[in-house]
Design a protein around this ligand. Sequence first.
Ligand SMILES: NC(=O)c1ccc[n+]([C@@H]2O[C@H](COP(=O)([O-])OP(=O)(O)OC[C@H]3O[C@@H](n4cnc5c(N)ncnc54)[C@H](OP(=O)(O)O)[C@@H]3O)[C@@H](O)[C@H]2O)c1
Length: 266
Amino acid sequence: MPNENEKKTILITGASRGIGKAIAEALNSSVYNVIGTSRNIETIPKEDKISGVRYIPLDLTISESIDKLIRDVGNVDILINNAGISQVGPIEEVPMEKIRDLFEPNLFGLIHLTQGLLPMMRERKSGIIINITSMASRSPVPFSTIYGVTKAGAEAFSKGLQNEVERFGIKTVVIAPFEINTTIPQEIFLKDNSPYYDITMKTKNIRDINLASAPDPSLVGKLVLKILKSKNPKFFYPVGKNSFIKNFLIKHAPREFIRKQTMKRY
Ligand SMILES: NC(=O)c1ccc[n+]([C@@H]2O[C@H](COP(=O)([O-])OP(=O)(O)OC[C@H]3O[C@@H](n4cnc5c(N)ncnc54)[C@H](OP(=O)(O)O)[C@@H]3O)[C@@H](O)[C@H]2O)c1
């Protein structure tokens, strides 16, 4: 067991529930200093707080909140950019300001936080940055297109980040979940009398049913542990039921085949 000074510090954004909470749960607090964030740490139910985890406030849509965390947190050895939100609505009808609202935590906030913690990692010539994206970055779910776009942005950002910081001993990893059983809310945007109404709601219902019977978020927690134990982690890890084969097909099967499968599923 490492002593207090030798322990690595892990920062997990969005650790109040779902995947972030499961990652915090999987990490042994006698091996790591685990810090988890929430917009409002006072409202995290007692039973959802993981023993040994230090909770600090962070709202990725507010620059001052990100800057405050960067100033206060001290050295972070492993950053897990997990926090994110979701939306549903046809491209034609989602208001532009709501599109911007989705990009704020899912991409801009993630970039801002990463920028702020990089100097400490670079100076110490070590660090791991794990970005939680989504398989929707590679094959967008119909009527959740903008969500997929934010996640594709996070994946492209991760590729570029790896190019730039590998030379300073900093590793970059992407975890792309595919349907994990959490209660991630989906704000719906549909105009009155929308020609997309029925198909959008049908797609949303199918997605909700799939999520309800999807694997538990502990699967992602176990994967993070595996990555942290690995000397040379890969860049990209799909996670979820059939996610490996899904990713293989997206990479190797004709685009039209993948598109038809997606349309059939939803
Ligand atoms: N569940 C899936 O099937 C699935 C699939 C693909 C990808 N993902 C991705 O996995 C990540 C976790 O998703 P989840 O399913 O665990 O969702 P979740 O249960 O809704 O948890 C989201 C976390 O993000 C935090 N959060 C939300 N808005 C925030 C903001 N503005 N600033 C800072 N933190 C914020 C929430 O904390 P507070 O509300 O306490 O602030 C919460 O802890 C997300 O990036 C999501 O896109 C999930």
